[in-house]
Design a protein around this ligand. Structure first.
Ligand code: 9UX
Length: 72
């Protein structure tokens, strides 16, 4: 088990958005788990410590077309 963090995600309006954001995060090298909750508009991410920065997570989400803000 690695590091965990939460991101606030803006711009998701349907379940497919959730899938897109989860996929964008899970694709990053070092991410071991990414789950997105549409109701709370939050992403929960587990990753290998030191493998990436919060900025990398934010950039991956924003490249997919949503807004992201680290909560930790
Ligand atoms: Mo649903 Mo999200 O039709 O970008 S995939 S709104």
């Amino acid at each position: 088990r690695g590091e965990t963090t939460e991101l606030a995600i803006d711009g998701m309006t349907c379940a497919s958005c959730v899938g897109r954001v989860e996929k964008a995060l899970a694709r990053l090298s070092g991410v071991t788990s990414a789950t997105v909750n549409l109701a709370t508009e939050r992403a929960h991410v587990e990753y290998v410590p030191g493998a990436l920065t919060l900025g990398d997570l934010v950039a991956a989400v924003e490249a997919t077309g949503y807004e992201a803000r680290p909560l930790t």
